[in-house]
Design a protein around this ligand. Sequence first.
Ligand code: TYC
Length: 102
Amino acid sequence: KELIDTESVVEDEVEDRVKEPALYNVFLLNDDYTPMDFVVEVLRKFFNKDADQATEIMLTVHYKGKGLCGTFTADIAETKVDHVVRFAFEHQHPLKCVLEKA
Ligand code: TYC
């Protein structure tokens, strides 16, 4: 009679069910033209930051070149980038927003 290692079968099934999705970091990039207030508005509007958090991230971008806005699954990260890029374009600012695998 064939022996089945039920424990590893169950483990495999559990692993398949709970495998964590890949995560992506969303960053804002610095430029010389986008107003600081607009960047703070973006961080509040699209990344749910309060005024202090938004200001801190904006200044990190301004002084260091990039700043982390949040970490999301692929669909959400792509949607955030899309919304930010569109919003900036509509207001004629060159603000860049990018994602990187976490
Ligand atoms: N460097 C911009 C300025 O001096 C401000 C800025 C901050 C722009 C963050 C983009 O992602 C950015 N007006």
